[in-house]
Design a protein around this ligand. Structure first.
Ligand SMILES: Nc1ncnc2c1ncn2[C@@H]1O[C@H](COP(=O)(O)OP(=O)(O)OP(=O)(O)O)[C@@H](O)[C@H]1O
Length: 307
């Protein structure tokens, strides 16, 4: 196998893709290092699927430099494809086959697959090995999709909204599975609308809006999250108080010495730090405002010209 550890897994500069007049991807840059889990977040229509499908070789870019495992997906051949894993929805044509038959069958497509029985264990389908695909629940079916995506032992795995429709317990188990794949050396590019999923799994988060990256960083630091001010709440005689501060520990110590002096407790005390969701919503809000302003500016110019 060539260069399993060479260069970034994904290197994209200035990716553009239009559908008619719609700029779905508008100058997007993205880098994924080997061994990372990167989560791509963004509102509906931001261009995530278009980007990911371009990286998978299913769509052609209009412009830009795209390298996935060192090759251009638009021209890469079968050997390259066997090094990436794509989790597709289980094809209905295969619904009569059992879990075991499908995982073994797919393993046969790859030059150096994982042991199919290990994969069945890893996705938690041991009890369902003899069950036909059409008889699986939605969450079990998605696990089967993942099994088929990883059985080839990919270097790079694309997971597109993998836990949509999962119950909470299944999501937790799935997250363990993804972390196990990362610990085994698989690079993972994840798209998700679940911010808790990104926070739990991602080494880095990339926020896409209007076809571009508007922010990226670790879940703890993206958008200046680590430096954002904390809100401290407490109550005195049933009346709520709130203060925003850079030094919540000092404020809490002061409250303990004053409000809490008599009982040793500060009633209703809460220290609230910005969540990933707070930061994400403000980032895409800012991006929408900026885009709205520039659209309005363009429209204004157009109107003047027409008048
Ligand atoms: N085949 C297509 N033909 C025309 N327009 C398309 C096509 N695919 C996507 N688009 C448009 O391109 C834009 C980006 O779509 P894309 O599916 O990449 O977004 P997304 O970020 O994946 O959204 P979601 O979170 O809803 O899956 C949208 O405005 C969409 O309507």
């Amino acid at each position: 196998m060539t260069g399993r550890a060479d260069g970034p897994a994904v290197h994209v500069r200035g990716l553009h893709k239009r559908y008619g007049a719609k700029r779905a991807v508008d100058g997007l840059d993205l880098q994924v290092e080997r061994g990372e889990i990167v989560a791509v977040l963004g509102p509906n229509g931001a261009g995530k699927t278009t980007t990911v499908e371009t990286l998978e070789g299913f769509r052609r870019a209009d412009a830009g430099h795209v390298r996935v495992l060192g090759e251009d997906p638009a021209t890469a051949g079968r050997a390259w494809r066997s090094r990436i894993g794509v989790v597709l929805q289980t094809n209905d044509d295969l619904a009569e086959a059992t879990v075991r038959e499908l995982v073994h069958h797919f393993a046969g497509f790859y030059p150096a697959p994982r042991d199919p029985e290990d994969v069945i264990d890893a996705v938690g389908l041991r009890e369902k090995v003899g069950t036909r695909a059409r008889q699986l629940s939605g969450g079990q079916r998605r696990r089967l999709d993942v099994a088929l995506g990883v059985v080839g032992d990919p270097e790079l795995l694309f997971l597109d909204e993998p836990t949509t429709g999962f119950d909470p317990e299944a999501r937790l188990e799935f997250w363990d599975l993804v972390e196990g794949l990362r610990d085994g050396g698989t690079t993972i590019l994840l798209t998700t609308h679940y911010l808790d999923e990104a926070e739990r799994l991602a080494d880095r988060v990339v926020v896409v809006a209007q076809g571009r990256v508007v922010a990226e960083g670790t879940p703890a630091e993206i958008g200046g999250r680590a430096g954002r001010r904390a809100r401290v709440r407490w109550t005195v005689d049933g009346v709520g108080h709130e203060e925003t501060t850079d030094s919540p520990t000092a404020l809490v110590a002061r409250l303990a010495a004053t409000v809490g002096a008599a009982t040793g407790e500060v009633p209703g005390l809460q220290v609230l730090r910005p969540t990933l969701e707070d930061v994400y919503l403000s980032l895409i809000g800012e991006a929408a405002t900026a885009a709205g302003t520039s659209t309005a500016a363009r429209r204004g110019t157009g109107t003047e010209e027409a008048a």
